[in-house]
Ligand binder design. Structure first.
Ligand code: DQA
Length: 146
């Protein structure tokens, strides 16, 4: 089963972000973790990151066309991108919104997610474990839908 793990702006520079919030990990660590966790779960995981809203919208269109389940960290786009929300709403397979941190325990502008309402579910606050939980959820949901 093919799964995409899509990541939004600034996540490619995780090691340069606030370590007290994002921990001591690089984006490569995140990528390797998702691929190896996916293998354990029998999933063929592809990890992508972009700082471009346009590129992410196009990836979501491709995921919709190919009915690919998605674990998606929209990063800052979470809080204001209606273009991304509308693209997520078109997905055909389950999509889990995932965050390393818990946006609800941070600044007020992070308390709004325009994506949650069209996601299958949302997981945040557990660092890399958030991604593992999202992949487990997708493995479970796609097995059930067979
Ligand atoms: C984030 C939380 C967002 O508020 C923030 O803009 C990010 C990362 C997270 O994974 O915790 O870039 O999505």
């Amino acid at each position: 089963m093919k799964i995409w793990v899509l990541n939004g702006p600034n996540l490619g520079r995780l090691d340069l972000r606030d370590h007290s919030i994002y921990g001591d990990i690089t984006f490569k660590d995140l990528t390797d973790f998702c691929i190896s966790t996916g293998k354990d779960l029998g999933l063929d995981v592809e990890v992508r990151q972009s700082d471009s809203e346009t590129e992410i919208v196009h990836w979501l269109h491709d995921a919709a066309d190919q009915k690919i389940p998605v674990a998606f960290n929209p990063a800052a786009f979470t809080h204001y991108s209606y273009a991304i929300r509308d693209a997520v709403a078109m997905l055909k397979a389950p999509v889990i919104e995932v965050h390393l941190s818990n946006p609800l325990s941070r600044e007020e502008f992070r308390h709004t997610s325009v994506v949650s309402g069209v996601a299958t579910g949302t997981i945040g606050g557990f660092g890399l474990l958030s991604y593992e939980l999202a992949l487990r959820a997708l493995a479970n949901l796609t097995r059930k839908s067979k």
